[in-house]
Design a protein around this ligand. Structure first.
Ligand code: FAD
Length: 316
């Protein structure tokens, strides 16, 4: 299929883009990398009257370290993030996550701002932003708004952005000493959208978590910052503690069912990911020896085998 007829404007500055958006309201759409917008238009899921192309606004592109923060312009492409030494040093969670986004052709055009504004609940970057406690910077004609990532995502393809605003940048605290990250997603093939995924950032003190932000994706209508992770803070994580956290996570989850997996399968995978995250971050080779999940004695390898057997998954 082809997109419905539309008008096209190439913005010459952020101010010009904002004027165009203000003049056309929700009949206009911003174009960044076009990797989600164009397929949606070609499938006629959306039919904007005007496309505002911001692709040449170089002031929205780039990565900079400013004191304790990393500033990433909205137009920075996935491929640039993947090869950035600043990102690898100060936000290694992102480097790891981006390798899972689609394939090189899409990463060469897709942008961080586009991914966050699009807010697909199965996307990697929204969950990373929540795990990293990022601030999303948004500009409208009346000025700038700074929104915590955990408050930015409102539902499937829904964010706190209005139709008259541009997402201009994200700001991340740089990784601190003793910080450790975890990223894992389960998908049918590498490069597919996740069936269930987890991005986590932690501070480890000895054998305990001093801080732990676990952001699950593809298991609800937006990235989920798991409150259950607080049960793992400042304690020795015994199988009983892990079991308690897993049960608390179950309460928080509201996964959708689709062609890829049932809701119960996603619940199961989220708990598998939580266990894997804890064992990886605390450096335990066999965390589930004698552990309990869902009241059953399990070991992690068996748990994963079961997840794979259920639907023929491969860890992406
Ligand atoms: P666009 O497509 O240009 O825009 C997306 C939406 O955001 C539009 O509604 C647009 O109006 C709005 N928008 C864009 N920029 C801004 C801005 N600065 N301010 C306000 N609104 C804005 N993504 C994943 O995360 N994981 C995957 O595994 C994955 N697989 C993919 C596989 C395929 C085959 C394809 C085609 C895409 C896939 N993607 C995946 C999507 C890809 O990451 C996109 O690049 C990304 O979601 C959107 O970025 P974009 O720059 O292309 O945005």
């Amino acid at each position: 299929m082809k997109a419905s007829a539309f008008s096209y404007a190439r913005a010459t500055s952020v101010g010009n883009a904002l004027e165009l958006l203000a003049a056309h309201g929700d009949k206009a759409k911003v174009l960044s990398g076009g990797q989600s917008l164009m397929p949606a238009m070609n499938l006629r899921l959306i039919a904007p009257e005007l496309i505002v192309d911001i692709g040449e606004l170089t002031e929205l592109r780039g990565i900079a370290v400013r004191g304790d923060f990393l500033n990433i312009g909205a137009l920075t492409r996935h491929a640039d993030l993947l090869k950035s030494p600043e990102i690898a040093t100060h936000a290694p969670l992102l480097t790891e996550a981006i390798a899972h986004i689609a394939h090189p052709a899409i990463r060469n055009r897709g942008t961080i701002g586009g991914s966050l504004a699009h807010a697909d609940p199965a996307s990697e970057l929204p969950a990373c932003m929540v795990a990293l406690n990022a601030t999303i910077v948004v500009r409208g004609r009346s000025g700038e708004r700074r929104i915590a990532a955990a408050d930015f995502f409102k539902g499937i393809y829904e964010t706190a952005l209005s139709a008259q605003e541009l997402l201009t940048a994200v700001e991340l605290p740089v990784a601190r000493e003793n910080s450790a990250h975890f990223f894992c997603e389960l998908a049918r093939r590498h490069g597919d959208y996740a069936i269930a995924g987890l991005a986590a950032q932690s501070i480890i003190a000895g054998d305990r978590f001093a801080e732990l932000r676990m952001a699950f994706f593809a298991v609800g209508d937006r990235p989920l910052l798991a409150k259950a992770a607080t049960k793992l803070l400042n304690v020795v994580v015994t199988p009983a503690v892990l079991s308690g956290a897993s049960a608390a996570l179950d309460e928080e989850l509201d996964p959708q069912e689709d062609q890829q997996a049932s809701a119960s399968m996603r619940r199961h995978l989220a708990k598998v990911l939580m266990t894997r995250c804890v064992s990886t971050l605390l450096g335990r080779p066999n965390p589930n020896a004698g552990g309990l999940i869902d009241g059953h004695r399990v070991n992690f390898a068996r748990c994963e085998r079961r997840a794979r057997r259920c639907a023929g998954f491969a860890a992406a």
